[in-house]
Design a protein around this ligand. Structure first.
Ligand SMILES: Cc1ncc(COP(=O)(O)O)c(C=O)c1O
Length: 428
């Protein structure tokens, strides 16, 4: 973390214009960069000099925004990706090769679950899922000799479970692997996983960091603390020469603070090209400038809505770690003492039919697949994302038919509650 407070980093982090330069970060809308001699370019291609040559790998606008997110999370190096999906894929594929394995909490975003359980398996990388609140012994038991990482979400989408980051870090480190934490929902304003032992932090910046439903994006931040060379047998990609870069060994040349992100940029961005546009990075930065003001308001609205829902007879369960009745209340108090996020999920007594009536009756909350936005939005998985499943299948997947996920935006909490109240009246 820079020596400045997080509010200052949100507004001013990473960009220091000199006299006469623009106040706002410049959008360098250029695919390529020109050099005086081919020798100058060769030094860049050999990773002997730092600089830009092609925006598929790096772009100055994106790098300013990545540096701000890195400062917010308290890391040593960071990069932007074109989506949160790309961030999580890159973070793990930078560690695990075909034939390797990693462990993940099971309550994670459905798209990430699919990436791990289907697509990465096709690439020969195995995953073992564990209950997010499993015992430490169960967590140890999931590890194998070829395990390369442990993964979890600080506050899971949509289950809203809270990760015991210290416990996960302890177990990961006992097995000589890094802990990767997706910190999308709390953002560094509400929780900084690196302070609790996480080694790599990922984000879907599409959510609160952008905050206005404008640009899909992702980010990866390295805490710079994991000693790759001490576990060189596990991480040959970082600790042995990369022949595609003239035999550079990332951990030797770029050290603990820079090896992970340099390899991820130089190899994975080069080969997969999941890079954001400079224009999208510019929009993301506008979101970051007010993140410290928006997050407490999202949390305040989420808390008020969650408390209101517990008073209604139409609601059988409310999931929000700010409620003392929630199983994750104590973990929330430890890791998220000032609030978690604005997303609340609740179950309606009347199941699928009640959820349909409730959603149809809402006048303010928008029906969207999105979350973590200035505009309050909600979703009933049974009639949308999980539509193909029967009620029995939904129950088995831990998504009851009457479940509603509500992402509380920045409107007045009184208006949100009034809207929810009249929609619940229609369910009676
Ligand atoms: C926690 C979390 N991680 C990752 C993702 C994927 O991000 P994106 O949609 O930006 O690819 C999401 C998307 O909802 C998410 O909620």
């Amino acid at each position: 973390m820079s020596e400045r407070h997080i509010e200052t980093v949100c507004v001013r982090g990473a960009y220091r214009p000199e006299s006469g330069q623009p106040r706002q970060i410049p959008i360098i809308q250029s695919t390529t960069f020109q050099y005086a001699t081919s020798r100058d370019m060769a030094a860049l291609f050999d990773l002997e000099a730092s600089g830009y040559f092609y925006s598929r790998l790096q772009n100055p606008t994106c790098d300013i925004v990545a540096a701000k997110i890195t400062a917010l999370e308290g890391g040593t190096a960071g990069m932007l990706t074109s989506s949160g999906q790309a961030a999580n894929f890159f973070a793990l594929f930078n560690l695990a090769n075909c034939g390797d394995h990693f462990v993940s909490a099971s309550s994670i975003y459905g798209g990430t679950f699919n990436l791990f359980d289907v697509t990465m398996r096709k690439m020969g990388i195995e995953v073992t899922f564990v209950r997010p609140d499993c015992t430490e012994d169960e967590l140890h038991a999931a590890f194998r000799p070829n395990t390369k990482a442990l993964f979890g979400e600080t506050v899971a989408n949509p289950a809203l479970t809270v990760l015991d980051i210290e416990q996960y870090a302890r177990v990961a480190h006992a097995h000589g692997v890094p802990l990767v934490v997706d910190n999308t929902f709390p953002t560094p304003v509400m929780c900084r996983p690196i302070e609790w032992g996480a080694d790599i932090v990922t984000h879907s910046t599409t959510k609160y960091m952008d905050g206005h439903g404008v640009a899909v994006g992702g980010a990866i931040v390295d805490a710079g603390r994991f000693d790759w060379m001490a576990h060189a047998d596990k991480f040959p990609g970082l600790c042995t020469p990369d022949e595609s870069y003239h035999g550079i060994t990332y951990a030797e040349k770029f050290g603990q603070g820079g090896a992970f992100i340099t390899k991820c940029t130089a190899q994975l961005m080069r080969d997969f090209g999941s890079t954001p546009s400079p224009q999208s990075a510019f929009y993301l930065n506008l979101g970051l400038e007010s993140l410290h003001l928006r997050m407490p308001r999202h949390c305040e609205n989420g808390q008020a809505v969650a408390e209101f829902l517990t008073t209604r007879p139409e609601v059988v369960a409310v999931h929000y770690c700010g409620l003392p009745s929630d199983p994750y209340y104590e973990l929330g108090r430890k890791y998220l003492p000032h609030g978690s996020c604005g997303v609340v999920s609740f179950e309606l007594k009347g199941g699928r039919a009640a959820a349909e009536t409730f959603m149809r009756s809402l006048k303010l909350a928008a029906i969207e697949t999105h979350v973590a936005d200035a505009v309050t939005c909600c979703l009933n998985p049974a009639t949308s994302t999980h539509r193909q499943l029967s009620d029995e299948q939904l129950a088995a997947a831990g998504v009851p038919a009457g479940l509603v996920r509500m992402s509380c935006g920045l409107e007045s909490k009184e208006d949100l509650i009034a809207d929810i109240a009249q929609a619940l009246d229609a369910v009676r």
